[in-house]
Write a protein that binds this ligand. Sequence first.
Ligand code: NDP
Ligand code: 2IT
Length: 449
Amino acid sequence: MALTNQYLLSVMETVKKRNGAEPEFIQAVTEVLESFEPVVEANPQLEALGIVERIVEPERFIQFRVPWVDDAGKVHVNRGYRVQFNSAIGPYKGGIRLHPSVNASIIKFLGFEQCFKNSLTGLPMGGGKGGSDFDPKGKSDMEIMRFCHSFMNELYRHIGADTDVPAGDIGVGAREVGFMFGQYKKLTNQYTGVLTGKGLSYGGSLARKEATGYGLLYFTEEMMSCMKNDSVAGKTIVISGSGNVAIYACEKAQELGGKVVALSDSNGYIYDAEGIKLDVVKQIKEVERARISVYADRVPGSVYTVGCKGIWTIPCDIALPCATQNEIDGESAAILVKNGVQVVAEGANMPSTPEAIATFQNAGLLFAPAKASNAGGVATSGLEMSQNSMRYSWTFEEVDAKLKQIMIGIFHNAYDAAKKYGKEGDLVAGANIAGFEKIASAMIAQGVV
Ligand code: NDP
Ligand code: 2IT
């Protein structure tokens, strides 16, 4: 769908002029602005108050040098980033990604998406994102620690429990959050909930580790129940990635009675017709930090295939992309549709290209966009912030129950917003609109800042 509204067209033109070398950021903005057409047409004050041109421009973008020393004594320099995108509804909130592909475009697309996702959770969190082009693969624990400490040596001056609260993303789990938290505490002499995804012994929340994957399945189950009178039980499921999101999506999918037959990493994918043995995967990925190919050496009858894109050629009822952006292109989407996929729910951020989304929507299947379906991670980060503020912790069951309610609420908000603007069933539009309405209302109330 191309933009036709003059106001949105002019905003988009400026975004392209200002950020021409940032394809992922432009992709994310284009998709969101396309959803806004009926909203800006119904609410002329949005144009008068410059809401959309303000929302696409980050409040602050920080870039910094991250020098660190490897185990052999050699000095390396990486580039660090933090984008503080929008603070209308709460302190900036969003993860930190450590991956060689990280650049300004990746950080800005993630920070932009985060604003709407955080709004959808219903919790008071603005949007931010950070990261570095540091590659954690093959690094020792001490190298990871020195990098994380150096990263925090600059980041600490920009964050705070009421200012900006980072967390994990690709390449950042409890180990990295622990190193960053320790350095923040040392530099500021303050013990605050400045990061989420912390370990349980120093302020982390139960169920945060599981939250994104579990939340994805709570959303999927509610979407299938309400829109198709169906459920995850008995379905064949393909999940890409084998990191934090993929592992706990697999766990909850299996608990709901689904059969997960494939997982992947950036080198290739495993297929296990009998259903993935998750204890084997956890040992390989969480304990040994090894490659997913090892699974085929350990589980008789399973098969490893080199190349990660091939995972989308496996016939399935439900596809859950949980690795990275643009991992499903138009061609892979067409194969999934040809093989009869009924549901696609995004665990990763922006895993489907615009061509893939169009293919899914034209096929009439259920499509859950990332900013709605993967919001469980940041929602539970919000619950971690609440617990830290209260100096208290909830049980696993309490946090999990709140997470489930939040995911069910997000589905209904997105569904209802789409319906309100004449796009019933289009959860892409619904999620963008529902996320936007709260931010826009707060921005209007606060004036031109
Ligand atoms: P992890 O680092 O735990 O795992 C990432 C997984 O994706 C690994 O299997 C990795 O394989 C694979 N992967 C990463 N980059 C690529 C690539 N360029 N091509 C193919 N495979 C790739 O990260 P998470 O599980 O935390 O994050 C996965 C996705 O979910 C990301 O899009 C993230 O933004 C999103 N997300 C994460 C949340 C969280 O709470 N952690 C919350 C919401 C969204 P390899 O080991 O080979 O690199
Ligand atoms: O993309 C995401 O929502 C995350 N990586 C989680 C962010 C957070 O602050 O928990």
